[in-house]
Every structure is written in structure tokens, then in C-alpha cells.
Design a protein. Structure first.
Length: 194
């Protein structure tokens, strides 16, 4: 009798633990990822119910087929990249927010950025940052909408040559913001990348 009670109790305890484990599998509340020095870090097939914060510099995180019901906040420094690929989905009120610690930068600075290769959500940038997306996506950046046709400059990725944009064939575009010598710079660039 005692042995049977122990087995039943153990079975019930394991069942409850498995239910808790499976109920959290694939769904995340607010979470933070430090990407310092990481180049191949990825998160796949996950639903985030809270905000997702990215910290660190010189690294990247790739989200593949994820669902975001909160904001995605890039708090990274130089070289911090947040990449969205596959069928990533964003709630209607979700935003990608750049809260970079960089107060001053130049055109050569590797700004923290979002690289979006799926449907693009709105982006807000408090200091320095950038967003790169496919040519067919409009970029919604700090309340302004940027279709590729409105790009000022064109960059041939293979040569890094930058020239005025006059409708050249491009497959991506980039909007960037930074402060240089106390002056706020905004740049919209069409890109041809292989």
C-alpha cells in the first residue's frame, strides 16, 4: 500500500512538472539577450509576450520565425545587430526601439541596427542607430515613412561607393540617425547588395 502511494505521488509530481515545463516551451515573457562578441546566436520559433531587450556590442542575434507581442529594444553599442528573418511577426502596436548608449558618431561608425528581412514594424531611435530592410518594405522611422524611392544616396555594397540615388536598381535600403559634432544627421540610403 505504501509503495503504491509513493509511485502514485511520484507520477503526479512528475506530471505536474512536465505540464509546467511544456506550458513555458516556445513562449517567453520579457527577456534580455547579451550579444557581446556573439556572431551566430539565433532564436527560432518562439513567441514573446513581453518586451525583448538586446544588450552588448560587436555581436548579433537572429530571430527566425518568431512572434513579438511586445517591443524589441536594441540597447547595444557599436556593431550590435538584431536580425529578423523567416516569417517573423509583430503585434500591431509592437515597435523596434533603438536606445543606443552612443551619444556621438560618424558615418563610419558601425551603428547599432535592426536588419529586417520580413514584414517591418515601426522603428524609433532615441540616439544613434539604423535600420536596414528589403527594397519592397517601407521603413517607418521616428514617425516618418521612408519608401526606397525617397532615398538620397545609393551604395554599391561590393565597392562601398556612395553616389546620389537616381533610381538605380537596389534590393535594400537603410535609414540611419546619429549626432556628429553636436549636429543630428539623418540619412536614407538605397543599397545594392549581392
Amino acid at each position: 500500500m505504501k509503495n503504491r502511494f509513493l509511485k502514485t505521488s511520484l507520477f503526479l509530481a512528475l506530471t505536474v512538472m512536465m505540464l509546467f515545463a511544456f506550458s513555458s516551451c516556445g513562449e517567453q515573457e520579457a527577456v534580455e539577450y547579451d550579444i557581446t562578441g556573439k556572431s551566430d546566436f539565433s532564436v527560432s520559433d518562439t513567441t514573446f509576450h513581453g518586451d525583448v531587450a538586446i544588450t552588448g556590442e560587436g555581436g548579433s542575434v537572429t530571430f527566425v520565425n518568431c512572434v513579438f507581442n511586445g517591443n524589441i529594444v536594441n540597447k547595444g553599442g557599436e556593431g550590435a545587430r538584431v536580425i529578423f528573418t523567416g516569417d517573423c511577426q509583430f503585434a500591431e502596436d509592437s515597435e523596434c526601439v533603438i536606445e543606443s548608449p552612443l551619444k556621438e558618431a560618424t558615418m563610419e561608425t558601425d551603428l547599432p541596427k535592426f536588419l529586417i528581412f520580413c514584414e517591418a514594424p515601426a522603428i524609433s531611435c532615441k540616439n544613434s542607430g539604423a535600420v536596414v530592410t528589403l527594397a519592397e518594405n517601407e521603413i517607418k522611422f521616428n514617425g516618418e515613412t521612408y519608401p526606397i524611392e525617397h532615398a538620397e544616396l545609393f551604395n554599391i555594397d561590393a565597392t562601398s561607393e556612395i553616389v546620389p540615388f537616381t533610381g538605380q536598381e537596389a534590393n535594400m535600403h537603410n535609414v540611419a540617425k546619429w549626432t556628429e559634432n553636436g549636429e543630428e544627421i539623418n540619412l536614407h540610403l538605397a543599397i545594392w547588395a549581392e
